[in-house]
Design a protein around this ligand. Structure first.
Ligand SMILES: Cc1ncc(COP(=O)(O)O)c(C=O)c1O
Length: 339
């Protein structure tokens, strides 16, 4: 099977498994796991932040960040397409008692002016606007990347109004590699950043949350409350470190392959629209009168797995476990299919 449902489906490579088996271990609740400490410090240093915290998942890292930044009732401002809103089980309400203000805008992106007009005035009737969340790349937005200027403009509005800014960087390395963005400069706009190691980077588990020492101290407390205080989890961190050493540069290959596949989809008369492809995600709509599920079934007959994101829309995600041969096959099927 060629599994294009998500970049989370990758299996650890032999090299990664060796790194995991050889990891130095300790009790991370005592902050004594050398492999976890090394990964946290490495990412904090790379992104110019004071500290890092290894978390079990992207969802956990995001939800911890929201809880640290907000008080019950506070308003979180994010895109209508945000993972923190749509796909984290209502976590911001369940864990933090936060309310959400969803911004319109194309492909999960928005502008500083959208944030400015969403911020509520000081008034006892209103929730307190406290946090803005940016998702880069935007998953539901088809892997769209945020222009750096827009991020800086949103950050300036946050600073002016005393709001915090969190980055859901589940696919941050896909974003950064597109134009070799400087990590520290990029990260300087954010109060906190979550980075997934288990998406396009190919580790089996793990996300790292970055911020100030004070923020991470509180995040560590919340992680324990959420049941996420792990013990000898250094073998998981070792997989993450291995991914950072070996799987960053190759992300460009996923991006090229995604473009190549999107181009043939674009020419297929049974496809109505393909979102512009900027990274490793392709989102497209089948033609009017056709159903995404029918195409998914057709692709499955050809050993290709894909994911329906709506009645007419489908997502393909390129990743480490897709070979050149697989891409050739997908291109051929996508050029020829009629369903
Ligand atoms: C943009 C984004 N944020 C967060 C997550 C959550 O990550 P996890 O599945 O590790 O909880 C995902 C998962 O796909 C995602 O796409």
């Amino acid at each position: 099977m060629i599994d294009l449902r998500s970049d989370t489906v990758t299996r650890p490579t032999e090299g990664m498994k060796r790194a995991m088996a050889n990891a130095q271990l300790g009790d991370d609740v005592f902050m004594e796991d050398p492999s976890i400490n090394a990964l946290q410090s490495r990412l904090a240093k790379d992104f110019g932040k004071e500290a890092g915290l290894f978390c079990a998942s992207g969802t956990m890292a995001n939800q911890i960040a929201i809880k640290v930044h907000t008080q019950p009732g506070d308003q979180v401002i994010c895109s209508w397409a945000a993972h923190v809103y749509h796909y984290e089980g209502g976590g911001m309400a369940r864990h933090s008692g936060a309310t959400a203000k969803l911004l319109p805008g194309e492909r999960g992106l928005f502008k500083a002016s959208d944030v400015e007009s969403a911020i509520l005035a000081e008034n006892i009737h209103y929730p307190v606007s406290r946090l803005v969340v940016i998702e880069d790349t935007s998953n539901k937005g088809g892997g769209a990347i945020w222009p750096l200027k827009d991020i800086k403009d949103v950050a300036a509005v946050c600073v002016k109004n005393g709001l915090s800014l969190h980055l859901d960087g589940a696919r941050l390395y896909n974003r950064l590699i597109v134009d070799n963005t400087d990590k520290k400069d990029y990260a300087s706009s954010f109060d906190s950043i979550s980075i997934c190691l288990s998406k396009s980077l190919g580790a089996p588990i793990g996300s790292v949350l970055l911020g100030t020492k004070e923020f991470i101290k509180e995040a560590r407390r919340i992680r324990k409350v959420f049941g996420g205080g792990m013990r000898q989890a250094g073998m998981l961190a070792a997989a993450g470190s291995y991914a950072l050493d070996h799987h960053v540069d190759r992300l460009k290959v996923d991006h090229e392959r995604a473009k190549q596949i999107s181009e043939v989809l674009d020419e297929n008369p049974d496809i109505e629209e393909v979102m512009p492809v900027e990274t490793n995600i392709i989102v497209f709509d089948v033609a009017k009168g056709k159903k995404a599920d029918d195409l998914i079934a057709h692709l499955k007959e050809h050993d290709i797995l894909a994911f329906a994101t709506g009645p007419r829309s489908i997502r393909f995600v390129l990743h480490l476990d897709v070979s050149d041969e697989d891409v050739e096959k997908v291109v051929k099927i996508c050029r020829d299919f009629r369903f």
